[in-house]
Design a protein around this ligand. Sequence first.
Ligand SMILES: [Zn+2]
Length: 388
Amino acid sequence: MKLLKTEISEVSEDRKRITGFVEYNDGYIDEYWYEYPAHFDITDSGNPWLAALLPMAATINEDLEISLPIDQRLLDGANDIMRFWHSWDKSTYIVKINAENIANVGDNISKDAASFFSSGVDAFYTAYNKPRANYKILIHGFDLSINKETEFETHLKRISDVVKNLGEELVFVKTNIRHTRWKQTRWQAISHGAALASIGLLFEKHFSEIFIPSSMGDYSDLYCWGSHPLTDPLYSTSKTNIITDGDGLSRLDKIKFLADYDYALKHLHVCIRGKDGTGQDEVNCSHCEKCYRTMIALELANCLEKCDLFDVDKYNYEEIPYMFVTDAFTAPEYHEMAEEALMQNKLELASAIYKAIRRSKLIIRLGFLKKVPFLWYIPHKMMENSIY
Ligand SMILES: [Zn+2]
């Protein structure tokens, strides 16, 4: 696959779009675009394109050709990243990167720093932990489809107000990357961090540091994950460092940290489901698994009542056992919260969390019975009753 060329066009008075034309080995040409605030002088290097296209090349096993200047440090990092991916996921390939135009590009003299921001737990933690990152990058096209304009407008307005009140500048970027062939890359396991890095590196002339709020809490089991403390920093160039922030801290640790920041609590928004299940709203639905997991941690940090965007009336211990605790990512969080509840002598809460863990394990085991005629409905019915 090959980056043929890039073009910058005007979207509106204050927005521009850069489009990369990418040709695959079968001759098909995809247009990857990013829209950004027009007053930023974005890079003309190949760095953001190398970050963006790397997971695609590694997924479809096509060598990657980019003629725009590529930073040597990033090129070295990209080769290392593919080896990490391949060691975690044997279905990815280590391909050749044909980038002959090597230079220490991105001649930024700025000392400014930015962090990605969504107003969730990880983002608010980094906002207060790294106050020098006074630009906040918000993305439309990752969690919420670019077709959901109305839903995103609400989200954008709320986050614009939050960033303004923090005295910082919002950098709003919209991208169609998940609407191109690139969507076949494994978002959660491989490509999330690459997409973040590609957006960060578009602004390499402006930022010497770009922080990615980490979602990886436990260092004892560094599983394959799209935005990863081992791979994200490898997207750095000689002039712009990509840095994960908050690694090794659990969600509960971060919420305990945020308990001292009333503004963060008041505006904490974690829900991607929305009130009607279609997307992001101005409030948290206070019913989905992520909302409940967050509300339990907020209770344990003794600050749930300060979180205006949660409906505390919907929070009760009877619901907790019906949560479905499934993956390597969330299960350790529930175990940690159950232990914390025991330490705080909140026995009813601890018991409810352990019930959720046990019940989820049972459902996963019973899931195998789906293959057995007439028994399939047992797990199916149990699954239907789960909060998700
Ligand atoms: Zn929710």
